[in-house]
Unconditional design. Structure first.
Ligand code: X2X
Length: 389
């Protein structure tokens, strides 16, 4: 495991240099993004597979994609080379098209956000039902709820649905619980959101949610968002702390953040079905094991400092890795952010406003799937889950 930690660190370092060049050029035919030293035993030209990622190489999301690709190349002795297309290069920035490209085989692999795939896979809106996941009784319970859904009846159903659409899911990673930031004022009650122009992802449930909360949502691709924050085209946005807000330095644009855990964005390490079926069982096993290993690291990175300490333990013990930032909220405060963490009562005030979203979206997601998720969570946490109706 120590060896893996070292390779990981090296990979991240080297990758920072090579990856940055690769993003700008948008090359399609080289394998320069790879840091593996192994080479193919055969002299036949090797097919270079394409992997899609919405964010850049500075986020643990991008780093985990790189870990996955490197591990696969290494363990297959260079037979399976994967070039990563960061920052949405493969779909010209339109992130809600990623699933289409993956299911059609334009991308062979992806570490994709369930939010970005939700327009094509309606069931994935489950994770973005506002305030669906309960905080539970103690710190970290909300993450146990997420794991219970992913590994439970609901997750199994979702995996089958993805596969029926030509995408084989191999592991769950995490973008994280999405927190709202803005440059104008603290958000403590729904009234504070009134009239705020909030950038959201181009999945329609976000528009319904932020309208229900009284805000003024506007859809925008991530590739355009940073400039929009810089120029104050919008007042705020919502994204997870460790995977997006810190790597993208959102604190440089927004002073205020509210921790409200209103929606989770699981990531899925996935392969196009035809590509998957073209591999022999041994190669499939390598690809799957590498996905699980990278995803587990990535999920811990998404949760570090926000859960009950489990993630830091995983990173240290299983990966011999201690990240630079282990207390992300203090880090953000040191950068000048003012952070509001909603109390259960304050959170309930927001949840009381979004009944209309459930009315519209539960039928689209499927009542049975929502019920499965509720029972997965209730069994794991031993609490009652309230679903607005
Ligand atoms: O666009 C976003 O907000 C991001 C980066 O979180 C996703 O890709 C869903």
């Amino acid at each position: 495991m120590r060896k893996f930690g070292t390779i990981l660190l090296l990979g991240i370092l080297i990758f920072g240099v090579i990856g940055a060049g690769c993003v700008g050029k948008g090359t399609t035919s080289t394998t320069s993004a790879s840091t593996s030293t192994s080479s193919s035993a055969s002299s036949a030209p090797t097919k270079v597979y394409k992997m899609s990622v919405v964010v850049g190489p500075n986020s643990p999301w991008g780093q985990a994609a790189k870990m996955w690709a490197d591990e696969v190349e290494k363990r297959t002795n260079g037979r399976v080379k994967i070039q990563i297309y960061f920052s949405g290069q493969l779909f010209a920035g339109k992130q809600t098209n990623e699933f289409v490209l993956l299911s059609q085989g334009v991308a062979d692999f992806a570490v994709g956000s369930t939010i970005n795939w939700a327009p094509q896979v309606k069931e994935l809106n489950l994770f973005i039902l506002p305030f669906f996941f309960p905080e539970g009784k103690k710190k970290g319970d909300i993450y146990k709820a997420v794991d219970a859904v992913e590994n439970g009846k609901a997750g199994k159903r979702i995996a089958e649905i993805l596969e029926s659409k030509g995408v084989v899911p191999l592991a769950w990673g995490e973008n994280g619980f999405r927190q709202v930031t803005n440059w104008k004022h603290p958000i403590k009650t729904p009234d504070d959101l009134k009239g705020l122009k909030i950038r959201v992802v181009g999945s329609p449930i976000f528009i319904d949610t932020f309208k229900a909360l009284g805000a003024d949502p506007t859809m925008m691709n991530w590739g355009d968002a940073i400039t929009a924050f810089q120029q104050k085209v919008v007042d705020g946005q919502e994204n997870p702390v460790n995977i997006v807000i810190i790597p993208y330095k959102i604190y440089e644009f927004h002073k205020y953040m509210t921790i409200w855990d209103y929606a989770i964005d699981p990531l899925i390490f996935a392969v196009n079905k035809k590509t998957w079926e073209s591999f022999d069982p041994q190669t499939q096993q390598i690809i799957k094991e590498a996905a699980i290993k990278a995803a587990k690291w990535e999920k811990a990175m998404a949760r570090i400092g926000l859960d009950d300490g489990t993630s830091l333990k995983i990173l240290k013990e299983k990966y011999s890795y201690t990240p630079e930032i282990t207390d992300p909220l203090s880090f953000l405060e040191s950068k000048g952010m003012e952070i509001t963490t909603l109390s259960p009562d304050q959170r309930a005030e927001f949840k009381a406003k979004v009944g209309s979203v459930y009315k519209t979206w539960v039928p689209k997601i499927g009542k049975g799937l929502v019920e499965d998720a509720v029972s997965d969570i209730e069994n794991a946490l031993g609490i009652k889950v309230e679903v607005p109706s």
